[in-house]
Design a protein around this ligand. Structure first.
Ligand code: ATR
Length: 330
């Protein structure tokens, strides 16, 4: 196993953790609770100890699932969760991002209750609230550290400037942003900020939301409840999707040369970008999780890296639609 520290928090985790979102929402129907708990227990046995959730995922359902799985083995897991986005309780529609202390206070109490724990290891602001100064939000989050409810702080999809301002209030241990062979836009700004302040990058969607696993073919149609569609994910829009599938062929070719899976190559690429990078691929299946963990054992050669490095500029479609981009790298 490859162990890495989350910033300078003193919290060490396996460099490959588990992004838990897809167990409850956005990638099709939620898994049955018993199946989800079984997967989470098996993940611990397989060596995973960094589990990433958020209040947003299933509006508490994902945290509740983790609580069910981990309440009797809390010392074996590092739990990261997030607050900020506000949704309509009836419809689930996204209403706002609220980084105020009042919203944080109610969110953390819900999270602790759902997670059946008295502390969260890593607490993130899920998206930057453009109306509330980051100093105010992080100042409030720092109180949770003093109170023992939270061990370390993080931001998600924040810019380098926001990271520096936040870190001046309280050490920021992690930036969680999308980072993969297909998504490298953070390199010019946020990733530099991470390095300036001595934090870690927690790379989400390292598999390009599944694209980089080679599982898709041109006839893919999103299932009910799967947000990988043209409206919410521009890279899955018909023409872009077909062009992006062509690029995956290069990842597949490198996988064949290593007798490996494309997903393992995608993870090896991310982890090879720096010792300050952790990653949290998502999966609902134990076989995929076990296979993905072997990604940290693969060493890519310089020529292979160069071939993979060349792909991001050719990807068609933005990470998010314009309507959801205002607090990306914000
Ligand atoms: P996110 O961080 O948003 O969860 P990701 O990690 O880039 O995104 O990709 C997650 C997607 O990749 C999921 O749809 C997952 O599907 P399963 O639940 O069916 O596994 C898919 N995925 C993960 N590992 C995979 C693997 N080894 N082979 C095929 N698909 C995989």
């Amino acid at each position: 196993m490859m162990k890495r520290e989350i910033g300078h928090s003193g919290i060490f985790v396996n460099a490959i953790g588990l992004g838990c979102m897809g167990l409850s929402e956005f990638y099709g129907p939620a898994v049955e609770t018993s199946d989800g708990v079984a997967l989470l227990h098996a993940a611990i046995e397989a060596g995973v100890n960094h589990f990433d959730t958020a209040q947003l995922y299933g509006m508490g359902a994902n945290e509740t699932l983790l609580g069910e799985a981990f309440h009797d083995r809390r010392d074996k897991v590092v739990i990261a969760t997030k607050f900020g986005p506000v949704r309509d309780k009836e419809t689930g529609a996204f209403l706002d991002v609220d980084g105020s202390e009042a919203n944080m206070r109610s969110a953390i109490e819900d999270s602790l209750r759902f997670l059946k724990t008295d502390h969260v290891d890593l607490y993130y602001l899920h998206r930057v609230d453009l109306k509330t100064p980051i100093e105010d939000t992080v100042g409030a989050m720092a109180k949770l550290v003093e109170e023992g409810k939270v061990r370390a702080l993080g931001l998600s999809e924040a810019s380098a400037d926001t990271l520096r301002r936040a870190n001046a209030v309280h050490p920021i241990s992690a930036l969680q942003s999308e980072y993969s062979i297909f998504s490298r836009d953070i390199e010019d700004g946020p990733l530099k900020g991470v390095r300036d302040i001595g934090a870690s990058l927690v790379a989400y969607s390292p598999l390009g939301r599944g694209l980089l696993t080679g599982r898709y073919t041109a006839d893919y149609k999103p299932a009910k409840g799967d947000f990988r569609s043209a409206a919410t994910q521009p890279r899955f829009e018909d023409e872009a999707f077909k062009a992006n599938l062509e690029l995956v062929e290069e990842v597949k070719a490198i996988a064949i040369a290593h007798n490996a899976k494309p997903a393992q190559i995608a993870l090896a690429w991310v982890l090879g970008q720096g010792e300050d990078i952790l990653t949290i691929p998502g999966t609902t299946k134990l076989a995929n999780l076990e296979s993905n963990l072997r990604g940290s054992e693969i060493g890519l050669g310089g020529e292979e890296r160069a071939r993979l490095d060349a792909l991001a500029d050719q990807v068609k479609g933005a990470r998010y639609p314009a309507s959801r981009s205002s607090n990306i790298n914000a």
